[in-house]
Design a protein around this ligand. Structure first.
Ligand SMILES: [Ca+2]
Length: 78
């Protein structure tokens, strides 16, 4: 019987999708002007995010894209 490993793979896949969706929702929530980027102003109410802004901003354009947001969370939380 190979049901258990298959079930675990499916569950991992589903939870990965859920996490990806959650990241997008968090990004959209923070992106108050819906520009597609997070700026210092938008992160001002989130000091813990603002303090690590430099680490997120990989290309140093002073804004956080969804890709930068995702890769930061992926590298730090998952
Ligand atoms: Ca950037």
């Amino acid at each position: 019987m190979k049901i258990l490993p298959l079930t675990i793979s499916i569950l991992m896949l589903l939870s990965f999708d859920a996490a990806a969706l959650d990241v997008k929702q968090r990004f959209d929530h923070l992106d108050s002007d819906k520009s597609g980027y997070l700026t210092h102003d938008e992160l001002a109410p989130q000091p813990q995010l603002l303090n690590t802004f430099v680490k997120w901003d990989k290309n140093q354009d002073n804004q956080i894209s969804l890709v930068e947001f995702k890769s930061y969370l992926t590298n730090n939380l998952y």
